[in-house]
Design a protein around this ligand. Structure first.
Ligand code: HEM
Length: 435
């Protein structure tokens, strides 16, 4: 057995190049008509296997990092780290290790080759996902403002390479940011079809940084929808309907991928905003269905814009009801965030729900209520070519006027420059660190 082999791993799904479950299914439907019955049966068997979300494999190396336009996996673990080292080489070596380990884990291998030569040292991998399969794991890395300058210090000689688009986010109306859930020098987003696979990836990478960095915050998230349908967030509405199409490279170039104009090393990367948005689910659940729909400007069950029938019907901000009032209310979430209200700006949202147990709440005055409330909501994640024309103006409008604000509070925030994908043999961010 080579040192790469994981004990109890029945087969090596990663090496067989399984397709994404959804893509495989689509392909089989298209190809079916032209093939013989036998071939069809074989194909169906193959696709039934590849449709197992635990066997899905996403490429790690490539022009862009995974986990950005990748169809959304069911789970995420996102984390941000503060660098404590003063050595530029430490950072480079860490990124090399991270790149290699992320590539290995996305193939269902341990983070580093397991060494069976003895039990007198810690194992290179915690071992908790041995045999589980790749589960469509993607690992996405990002650089926060603190990598470039921290407390006015140019720690790693990178200050002059900070892209203008990597702005410190302004304070928005209603922000209640908690320092321990905000910011970070380095960002790791692991997405997978299994919660343990996602957490495992971040945990191994964090461990490789012992002595070089500390973990600032970590957050698990989930989001499941029926296959090939838009998933619903905890408010019960379909979330992601009116995203720019990830299958259209033109739209992605226009809205999501950064250009070289600002910082050549970011070409093919993206800027990512993360907001931890707490939702008072107890309050929301008491609201009439019709009011909930007014808040979003969409029908709850079909997901259609108000007054329309189907989820993907056009959002027509000029549509009026029989009394001449706007069909999509003035302060609804969809009207305020739509491109027509934001100079054509669009962002790619790839958010997850979170559910972090409960808090206990006691009033010290009559009627002395004692309640347990959920700490749950949305880990809002949005990718864009430039936050100054994307998230910032859109959220400025939402923070002031969105009816949804009665139910939501932004408690965490971060912004990162996620560089382009790495070529095999190189590492994430290599262009930033090249002289
Ligand atoms: C808890 C917080 C939030 C929830 C539950 C939420 C939920 C939704 C839902 C249900 C939709 C309609 C379906 C869709 O097109 O995806 C939507 C649309 C949208 N949201 Fe949010 N959202 C939240 C926060 C935000 C924030 C902070 C921003 C950005 C600053 C944002 C930007 C957008 C955009 C751009 C659209 C598409 C609007 C359109 O063009 O029709 N959302 N959101």
């Amino acid at each position: 057995m080579s040192s790469d082999d994981t004990p109890n791993q029945p087969s090596r799904p990663a090496r067989r190049g399984f397709l994404k479950a959804g893509a495989a299914l689509g392909a089989s439907l298209g190809a079916g008509a032209a093939t013989s019955g036998l071939a069809q049966a074989a194909e169906a068997k193959h696709h039934a296997m590849s449709a197992d979300p635990m066997l899905a494999v996403e490429p790690f190396y490539g022009e862009h990092q995974g986990g950005i336009v990748t169809p959304q996996q069911a789970h995420t673990y996102v984390a941000a780290f503060d660098l404590t080292t003063i050595s530029r080489d430490d950072v480079i070596n860490l990124l090399r290790k991270w790149t290699e380990s992320a590539a290995r884990m996305s193939q269902a291998h341990p983070a580093a080759a397991l060494d069976y030569s003895g039990d007198d040292h810690p194992a290179a991998d915690s071992g908790d996902v041995l045999g589980l399969g790749p589960a469509g794991l993607t690992v996405t890395f990002g650089f926060g403002p603190g990598l470039f300058t921290s407390q006015d210090k140019d720690r790693y000689g990178l200050a002059h390479k900070r892209p203008a688009a990597l702005v410190d986010l302004p304070r928005f109306n209603g922000d209640q940011l908690i320092a321990q859930k905000t910011g970070g020098d380095l960002f790791v987003q692991a997405c997978a079809n299994d919660a343990q696979v996602a957490f495992h990836a971040v945990r191994q990478l964090a461990r490789q940084g012992y002595g070089i960095l500390t973990m600032r915050w970590g957050q698990a998230g989930f989001l499941s929808g029926p296959r090939a349908q838009t998933p619903r967030n905890l408010m019960g509405f379909k979330d992601g309907t009116n995203n720019p199409p990830t299958t259209d490279p033109k739209a992605m170039n226009q809205f999501v991928w950064a250009t070289a104009a600002d910082a050549p090393w970011m070409q093919g990367g993206t800027y990512t905003v993360v907001r931890r948005i707490r939702i008072t689910l107890e309050h929301w659940d008491q609201m009439e269905l019709g009011f909930q729909e007014q808040v979003f400007g969409r029908h709850k069950y079909s997901g259609a814009p108000l007054g329309q029938k189907k989820e993907f019907d056009n959002v027509d901000l000029n549509a009026q009801d029989k009394d001449g009032n706007p069909q999509i209310p003035e302060n609804s979430h969809v009207r305020l965030s739509n491109r027509a209200s934001n100079n054509g700006a669009q962002i790619l949202r790839r958010s997850y729900s979170y559910n972090d147990s409960t808090d206990f709440y006691i009033e010290r005055w009559p009627p002395w209520r004692q309640e347990t409330e959920y700490d749950a909501g949305l880990i809002f994640i949005a990718h864009q070519g430039d936050p100054r024309t994307g998230f910032i103006p859109i959220n400025e409008r939402l923070a002031k006027f969105d009816m949804m604000n009665q139910f939501t509070t932004h408690v965490g925030s971060a912004v990162f420059a996620c560089p382009p994908g790495a070529k095999a043999g190189s590492f994430i961010g290599a262009e930033l660190f090249s002289a």
